[in-house]
Design a protein around this ligand. Structure first.
Ligand code: SF4
Length: 518
């Protein structure tokens, strides 16, 4: 077990070594789970064991041996490895203790002067399915509750994964597959069959529904109609505040937009990524800038008053000027919500291979300066940074994402989707054909299950809430007065309304700060 007072990068290394040894000695341990990040889930994951049969609980102490320290954020682990490969971007905040406060002080001031800030706080992979739902109304603007959530009988949040994409983007590590029109109708049927099963098992009163992917709008208008009508028929939607659908500008049409609006979808998350055609080509996107603009207006014309635009920075060949222009162009369209993610080179992607071959190169210092520019420009134009990668006009922050961050229960429908209810988390098979086969033959589509404990939940809450504007209640951190004092002294944390929140400087080191509290 790595010592918890070691520098974070060393601990990551130790954990990975330990996992690899276990993989060699245990037939059913799949170390791929440690670093694979292509499933949709809240940001933190735990190491699990592969090869278990359906619905078989997996705990974290197989044969009495704990296989990893409390919570592992796979994204950070992967970044830690990449960082060492590049010899760059190592994290070094330590827990308070003899001599470590001084080391942290040096570390922060070194990072500040070098502007060598970590960028995993805004990775696209971590947030792709988080560009969430907006709704005007009291809950949209209320603070994220940070008391431990009670296990509720009623499920209020649904995530639906639609994995089809017209093209596969070379940087994308999510679970997705090339659009195959011969499969989509059967797939939609399977989703509704799965929903039937969930309705029988849980009391569902949906407050938010989120259709992510993949590309949900890759389905035809009639398939979307079949699916959405099916949700209306099966669910009590009287308390629905937000229904988001992710849309690709290449697959938005006036007819589709009108249908979505008619069937109560009230928020669209549009994957624009850039307004530069050259960069869109590098990203392998299906659309160009003028299509994206047209799609935005089509959605507005259909009546959508709550649109998120997804953007990416830190792209190969992207200049500071190009990013500034992209932000300005986005602001000029007046979307209610903007998500700005930094490109990360995820394993199992073409970009990762190209980076390994030296054809593409990450530049964290430059990423950090773009991040600072993003915060400054968007806040100047009235977009509140309510989470590290998410900015919204007042009243338009994401209810769906806030529910994740505050630890509320949710159900996931579709291949690779995660669900968390009480102390149990499970994930469906990440294979849409297998998922549909199982659901349609009345078998469980669950691929793996985890039992959570209160320490895991607490760790998740700290890591997730720390990224939010409201921060974490002092009560949740009251066992770490020394660490708090130190981070306040380093100007990484400050107090606000009884909570601890990251400062601007702290946002650049969000994961390191969170790690120190775990
Ligand atoms: S459209 Fe989105 S989900 Fe599909 S490959 Fe591109 S980034 Fe991935």
């Amino acid at each position: 077990m790595p010592s918890r007072d070691k520098a974070i990068d060393n601990r990551i290394h130790d954990v990975m070594m330990r996992c690899e040894k276990l993989a060699a000695s245990r037939a059913n341990f799949n170390s791929d789970l440690v670093s694979r990040r292509n499933q949709r889930r809240p940001r933190l994951r735990h190491v699990g064991l592969a090869g278990h049969s359906d619905d078989e609980p997996i705990d974290h102490c197989p044969h009495g041996r704990r296989i990893c320290p409390v919570v592992l954020d796979c994204i950070r682990i992967a970044h830690g490895i990449h960082d060492r490969r590049r010899g760059h971007r190592l994290r070094g905040l330590r827990k308070s203790g003899s001599g470590d406060a001084e080391k942290n002080k040096n570390y922060v001031s070194h990072r500040e002067s070098a502007l060598a800030v970590a960028t995993d706080f805004m990775s696209n992979s971590a947030n792709h399915n988080w560009s969430a739902v907006v709704a005007a109304g009291p809950s949209a603007s209320s603070a994220v509750a940070d008391d431990a959530p009670a296990t509720v009988e009623t499920i209020r949040h649904l995530y639906v994964h639609i994995p089809f994409c017209a093209r596969i983007c070379p940087y994308c590590a999510f679970y997705k597959d090339l659009l195959d029109r011969s499969q989509t109708a059967r797939f939609c049927e399977a989703l509704l069959r799965d929903l039937d099963k969930q309705c029988a098992a849980f009391d569902i009163s949906a407050k938010t529904i989120y259709f992510g992917g993949g590309t949900p709008t890759a389905l035809t208008t009639s398939q979307l109609e079949f699916l959405l009508e099916g949700f209306h028929q099966r669910l009590d939607l009287s308390a629905l505040e937000e229904w988001t659908i992710e849309a690709n500008p290449g697959s938005v049409s006036a007819r589709k937009a009108a249908l979505l609006a008619k069937l109560k979808v009230n928020r669209i998350s549009l994957g624009v990524q850039s307004w530069d055609d050259g960069l869109l080509k590098i990203l392998g996107r299906e659309h160009n800038a003028s299509q994206a603009e047209k799609s935005f207006h089509t959605l507005r014309d259909a009546g959508f008053r709550n649109i998120n635009i997804d953007l990416m920075f830190g792209l190969p060949g992207q200049s500071t000027e190009q990013w500034k222009t992209t932000l300005e162009k986005t602001i000029a369209l007046l979307p209610e919500h903007i998500s700005a993610y930094c490109l990360t080179y995820e394993e199992d992607t073409e970009f990762f291979l190209r980076q390994s071959r030296g054809e593409l190169k990450a530049n964290p210092d430059w990423d950090a300066s773009l991040f600072e520019m993003t915060m400054s420009i968007l806040e100047d134009f009235g977009y509140e940074q309510y989470e590290i990668s998410n900015y919204a006009r007042p009243g338009f922050s994401s209810v769906h994402n806030r529910a994740y961050w505050s630890g509320e229960d949710y159900l996931g429908i579709g291949p690779s989707a995660f669900s968390t209810v009480g102390m149990r988390r499970w994930q469906n098979l990440a294979d849409y054909r297998g998922y549909a086969d199982r659901v349609l033959s009345r078998q469980s589509p669950i691929g793996s299950t985890e039992n959570l404990n209160s320490e895991m939940k607490r760790a998740e809450r700290i890591a997730l809430l720390l990224r939010t504007r409201e921060g974490i209640s002092a009560a949740l951190l009251n066992d770490r007065p020394q660490t708090i004092e130190e981070f306040v002294g380093l100007s990484l944390l400050r107090q606000s309304n009884g909570n601890f929140v990251l400062t601007q400087k702290g946002k650049s080191l969000a994961d390191s700060v969170a790690e120190a509290f775990l």
